[in-house]
Design a protein around this ligand. Structure first.
Ligand SMILES: [Fe+2]
Length: 189
């Protein structure tokens, strides 16, 4: 269980900077390793989100400088400050990758909401504004991922590729060149 950060908005900025570094690497890892029939779509989506997360790192670090704190950059310091779980192993399917990313976004969104409350308590509207904008970015990325993971069961081809059961019936293609069905109430000529 991570330690609560109290009301210091600077501590929240550091934690979210560290989380963003970790989430950036997680996205790049999935961008590199994703495979299967949705390769191109997910390879590109993961890279787009990696770039969005990367942009947030700079603003979170620089805001700490504005508050008079040093901006931490060593891997050791950032790992210590992050409250995201690292993957024990590469997820085995694209859907698992999306689920892992949604868990990470959920943690970041909860942390940002705490940080927003801390910035309000600290009377720090500059940090509050940055955290609100960062929150909106994460909410949008989580929405995109949820839509990608929406319950479309795997097709027989996807099921074969990922080694999971197929829950989607094969779409019957019908006879070739069958032509459109006649409209109701009109006799076929
Ligand atoms: Fe790339």
């Amino acid at each position: 269980m991570p330690k609560p950060l109290g009301s210091s908005s600077q501590a929240h900025l550091l934690r979210e900077q560290a989380n963003a570094v970790q989430l950036y690497l997680q996205y790049k890892g999935y961008h590199w390793n994703v495979a299967g029939p949705r390769f191109r779509e997910l390879h590109l989506l993961f890279d787009e989100h990696a770039a969005k997360v990367l942009e947030t790192i700079d603003a979170l670090a620089e805001r700490q400088r504005m508050l008079g704190a040093p901006a931490k950059y060593s891997v050791t310091d950032l790992v210590r400050a992050s409250n995201l779980e690292s993957d024990a192993a590469l997820p085995t399917t694209p859907l698992r990758m999306i689920e892992r990313l949604l868990v990470a976004h959920r943690t970041v969104i909860a942390g940002l909401r705490d940080g927003i409350r801390a910035a309000e308590t600290d009377g720090d509207p500059g940090t509050l504004d940055l955290l609100v904008r960062t929150l909106q970015e994460h909410e949008k990325m989580a929405w995109f991922l949820r839509e990608q993971a929406s319950p479309v069961p795997p097709s027989p081809e996807e099921a074969a590729a990922y080694g999971v059961p197929s829950e989607r019936p094969a779409v019957p293609l019908g006879p070739p060149h069958a032509g459109p069905a006649p409209l109701p109430g009109r006799a076929a000529r």
